[in-house]
Design a protein around this ligand. Structure first.
Ligand code: FAD
Length: 377
């Protein structure tokens, strides 16, 4: 019997891990990759969908396109995880593993913000971004809020990107002068580990007359079309684009793996308190932000651990806690931020000024993953 690696979730983390295992171990190991969806969508594609530049179908990468030696994809919903026994129950039976890797991402608790489901919109899910695609053309101008409803949240620059791209959209529609844009965020600056990136974003908000409300989150949307912030202050709105509160998927909560809401792991090996059980990506809490690049970095580290254990080849590489993010500034320009969470006493970041040239780099980031994970050119 070949050893069995079971990967839960085929997002950024699960796709990178299964690709790395297949590349190095081929079919000497059985890897099962489970996801409830039929395809993967990059987080940043949701911005494309929201502003009507792409349909959800155009940006979805179907799992059926994946062909990887040693890897079997199973589409089903995971209903229970027993980490001590390394046994997982799904709608299509149960699976036992020698190594179990949980990469189930973060879910959204829209109901945690009263009024958000009825009176607002969210752009963090594909369905939510698709709804906004229909709502935006009906906006005739007025007060628009991009508001974060809880922390931590995925991709810390994404609320800033939402506000800057909304500015472009309203300019294009000829209604920017009839509109106000306010960005509400629970951080003191847009990208705290990188003061230079934050400075550039705050300057971009000022140039575009976007009001930045730091250190606040949206607590509630009242029936009067007013956003109530966590200090009780009120902001009236005509259009609300929200970032909902994030939570670990319920099946993970049910497995008793979470501490302060997320799976507690050794930050450098990503192993949970159960030997042979790892957690990577947004569902884990190693002390780095919730973003695809970090999920991918965690997957690479766990891949080295499993490859060394299963084949004796190579050495375990610890998770470095570093990542590069591309930030949409609008008008076709993209900035780049490199962040490092583990090297020094506190996180640091460097900023490369926004330019049209960096768009090609971001496009390469996406196309190289499409090719590596799905064999798509
Ligand atoms: C608007 C926006 C912009 C973003 N921009 C960027 C960016 O520019 N760069 C960047 O690095 N990151 C970006 N992100 C963040 C990035 O998308 C996530 O951090 C990343 O996808 C996390 O990877 P993951 O593998 O942890 O989880 P995910 O990619 O979310 O994958 C988790 C998978 O688990 C599956 N799953 C969950 N529960 C179950 C269950 N019970 N049964 C079966 N399957 C289940 C889900 O279907 C999903 O496919 C952005 C996010 C958003 C919303």
């Amino acid at each position: 019997m070949k050893p069995h690696v079971l990967i839960l979730g085929a997002g950024f983390g699960g796709l990178e891990l299964s690709s790395a295992l297949s590349e190095k171990l081929g079919d000497t190991v059985d890897t099962t990759l489970i996801d409830q969806n039929d395809g993967f969508t990059f987080g940043f594609s949701k911005l494309e969908v929201m502003f009507g530049r792409a349909t959800p179908d155009a940006v979805r990468l179907p799992y059926k396109a994946m062909v990887k030696p040693g890897v079997r994809f199973v589409r089903t919903r995971i209903t229970a995880i027993d980490p001590a026994a390394k046994r997982v129950t799904t709608d299509h039976g149960s699976f036992d593993a020698d190594y179990l890797v949980i990469a189930l991402g973060a879910d959204y608790d829209v109901a945690a913000t009263p009024g958000l489901a009825d009176a607002g919109n969210e752009y963090y899910s594909v369905a939510g971004a698709d709804r906004i695609r229909m709502v935006l053309p009906m906006f005739k101008g007025g007060k628009a809020i991009v508001g974060v409803c809880g922390a931590p949240f995925k991709c810390p620059p994404a609320p800033s990107e939402g506000a800057l791209l909304l500015h472009d959209y309203l300019v294009q529609r000829g209604i920017r002068d009839r509109s106000e844009i306010t960005l509400v965020m629970p951080f003191s600056s847009p990208v705290p580990p990188s003061p230079d990136t934050s400075k550039a974003l705050v300057a971009a908000f000022a140039e575009r007359n976007i009001t930045f409300v730091p250190t606040r989150k949206v607590r509630e949307l009242s029936g009067r079309r007013v956003a109530v912030l966590d200090d009780g202050s009120e902001l009236p709105y005509d259009l609300f684009l929200g970032i909902p509160k994030h939570v670990a998927p319920q099946v993970v909560e049910g497995a008793g793996l979470t501490e302060n809401g997320w799976i507690s792991v050794n930050p450098r090996t990503l192993e949970t308190k159960h030997p042979g059980v790892y957690a990577i990506g947004d569902v884990a809490n190693p002390g780095t932000p919730k973003a695809g690049v970090f999920a991918e970095g965690m997957a690479r580290s766990v891949a080295t651990t499993l490859i060394a254990a299963l084949s004796g080849a190579g050495e375990q590489e610890l998770y470095p806690g570093t990542g590069t993010c591309y930030v949409e500034f609008g008008a076709g320009r993209i900035g780049k931020v490199n962040v490092d969470f583990f090297s020094g006493p506190k996180p640091t970041g460097t900023y490369q000024e926004a330019s049209a040239q960096l768009r090609a780099e971001k496009e390469h980031f996406a196309s190289s993953r499409r090719a590596r994970w799905f064999g798509l050119r």
